[in-house]
Design a protein around this ligand. Structure first.
Ligand code: ATP
Ligand code: MG
Length: 394
């Protein structure tokens, strides 16, 4: 007799299967991430998470068995997972596998089907192909359906593992990528606009644990950008459940730049100071890189000349995962990950403060450096760090 509800989840990794010596480190991190995200979104849902060769086996509690839809949405967003399936425990006995398969398939509406068996347990006396044929013949006869190997309406998956025999009927695709944290830590410059949350997504997708840094000009502008950024991080929690957000006061720096520097260079100078401060945050957090949402040529500050001049202000690598994206592509991704709705809410961007009508699109480093020499950079930066507000969003 098959349980009414799925008893287990079989999870398959994405690329981490390929990572040679690092494999066990990657697997451990992925397992910890799965645990953490399930604990947050669906508490008390699992009995155990077993690390098997190439996959994880999660045994569900009764609570977990009843939380399939929440768990499904949760696991879909775990970077490092390729796909997973809610599975029903059967027994390593061909007769029982047959009757359980019939029972499971009877719960579905379909005409054509196939069986996809995978025998890992070599003690089981039938090969994968023999299981396919035996169980297929049984379904054909008892349920009066047709076999279609290439385009079946339903698939009966049978995994005969050392740890047990499992049946399932749906593979659920997950986000793939690498487990958050395996690549180290990075700071992400989060602006309140559309692009930077998408950049954060791609940072996490390749295994970065991210720390968010936002610059605001309160009290010169409203708190809207800060609230948007908080809400954005809240959405991005589905990829990284616990996040730190640094809120940095930028108005004093902007005012100093306005007073002392060439107005055409303001935008570039703002960016340089943002990066210098983000680099200090990175140092505190032991982060190895700074991510931004820049895309080449999108706005005046993102010409290759200005990017070059801005980049010169720091030593850490600046990662720009969106550099080759068109705006429509970024928007499509922002919609997909769920940040777009928040990003398009109105807010006054700190960078639009005191910006001239015609900012330099090809700032020269020498001019920028001469202007910067007029400022007390160390004092401005250390004041920004001293007055930073740090929030945990979890
Ligand atoms: P976004 O949609 O992310 O705001 P954008 O198209 O508006 O990007 P810019 O405003 O030029 O482009 O910003 C480029 C990048 O610089 C942003 O993606 C972000 O990483 C960083 N940035 C800009 N403003 C801020 C800010 N106030 N706080 C933190 N980072 C910022
Ligand atoms: Mg912006």
């Amino acid at each position: 007799m098959l349980n009414n509800l799925p008893t287990h989840i079989i999870c398959h990794y994405s690329e981490i299967g390929l990572k040679g010596k690092n494999r066990s480190y990657f697997e451990k991190r992925l397992k910890d991430n799965i645990k953490q995200i399930l604990d947050v979104n669906s508490p008390d849902s699992y009995v155990s998470i077993l690390r098997l060769r190439g996959r994880f086996l999660i045994e569900l509690t009764e609570i977990g068995q009843k939380s399939v839809s929440i768990i499904k949405e949760t696991l879909k967003n775990v970077f490092g997972l390729a796909y997973f399936a809610f599975a029903f425990k059967s027994l390593p006995d061909l007769g029982i596998i047959k009757s359980d398969s019939i029972e499971l398939m009877q719960r579905l509406e379909f005409e054509s089907f196939r069986v996809t068996a995978r025998r890992i347990d070599n003690k089981f006396p039938y090969t994968s192909q023999e299981i396919n044929e035996e169980v297929g013949a049984e379904i054909l006869e008892k349920l009066n359906k047709t076999v279609n190997l290439n385009y079946p309406e339903a698939i009966c998956f049978i995994d005969v593992l050392d740890e047990g025999t499992f049946l399932f009927i749906e593979k659920i695709q997950a986000v793939k990528g690498l487990p958050v944290g395996v690549s180290g830590t990075a700071t992400v410059m989060l602006s309140g606009g559309i692009d930077s949350p998408v950049a954060a997504y791609y940072a996490m997708k390749r295994g970065m644990r991210v720390i968010y840094v936002h610059f605001h000009s309160i009290p010169l502008v409203s708190e809207a950008s800060v609230e948007k950024v908080r809400d954005t991080v809240e959405i991005l929690k589905k990829y990284q459940p616990s996040s730190k957000l640094y809120l940095m006061k930028f108005a004093p720096i902007q005012q100093q730049i306005m007073v002392d520097c060439n107005e055409k260079l303001r935008m570039v100078l703002y960016r340089r100071y943002m990066l210098k401060i983000a680099e200090k945050v990175a140092e505190i957090e032991n982060a190895k890189a700074i991510y931004t949402g820049e895309a080449l040529g999108q706005v005046a500050s993102q010409t290759i000349e200005n990017i070059t001049v801005v980049e010169e202000s720091v030593g850490l690598p600046i990662m720009r995962p969106l550099i080759g994206f068109d705006k429509v592509e970024i928007i499509a991704k922002a919609i997909e990950i769920g940040t777009y709705e928040i990003s398009i809410l109105p807010h006054e961007d700190c960078c639009t403060l005191y910006v001239p009508k015609h900012p330099a699109t090809k700032a020269r480093l020498i001019d920028v450096q001469q202007n910067e020499a007029l400022l007390d950079s160390d004092a401005l930066i250390s004041e920004a760090l001293k007055t930073a507000e740090i929030e945990m969003i979890d």
